[in-house]
Design a protein around this ligand. Sequence first.
Ligand code: F6R
Length: 244
Amino acid sequence: MNNIKLVVAKDYNDMSEKAAKIIFDHVKNKADSVLGLATGSTPVGMYRNLIEMHTNSKLDFSGVTTFNLDEYYPISRTNDQSYYYFMQENLFKHVNINPHNIYIPHGEASDIETECANYEKQIDKAGGIDLQVLGIGLNGHIGFNEPGTPFHSLTHAIELHESTIHSNARFFESKADVPKRAITMGIKTVMLSRTILLLASGEKKADILFRTLFGEITTDVPSSVLQLHNSVFVIVDREAAKRL
Ligand code: F6R
């Protein structure tokens, strides 16, 4: 596991601080870093720390470019459930990032296939992703790459599983309002990032974390592909590390 640097933090706040410090160091070293970002509950504390570092320690986002992992489709950027909206609220509107350097798949693109192909081109044009932040689903999904997604997949459109629509319905006015599709970076897109920062918090992630790091490398557990990457930071809290 030489390629994987595992850090067990005391709790969620400690995990969030340690993760933010890695991003801080990266951006201090390379002012024009290209960051891959995730939504979901896990990185919210890390974003809070980054905002504090921007305010108190002059962390400068003006040269940084970001690519988010995924977005619902179709969805408007003004919808408070869009990942675009999430990123504005949790990070972008609080720091000095250039809006032209923010990339999130367009939930309103007229042609979803073209949007996916363009997203890959934009990542290439930016020089590739230096540091990709990942959360992890209970089934090992990374981005919206559910079990069964091929490891060679690039940015692509997916149909949300009925179970995902059902569980996300609580965030929307009704189940009918949950978008049926999404755009996600593929597993290969993620693996092409130069460094990966995987975060996990809470006991409910303990089992999948064990399978991710020590289980069979299989498309049944998409996150297990990370064992094949040569530079991964895994920052987890004690609860998530229970089985390691
Ligand atoms: C988010 C994403 C997802 C989440 C995962 C974990 O952009 O791509 O893969 O990282 O579902 O979500 P939380 O952090 O809410 O447990």
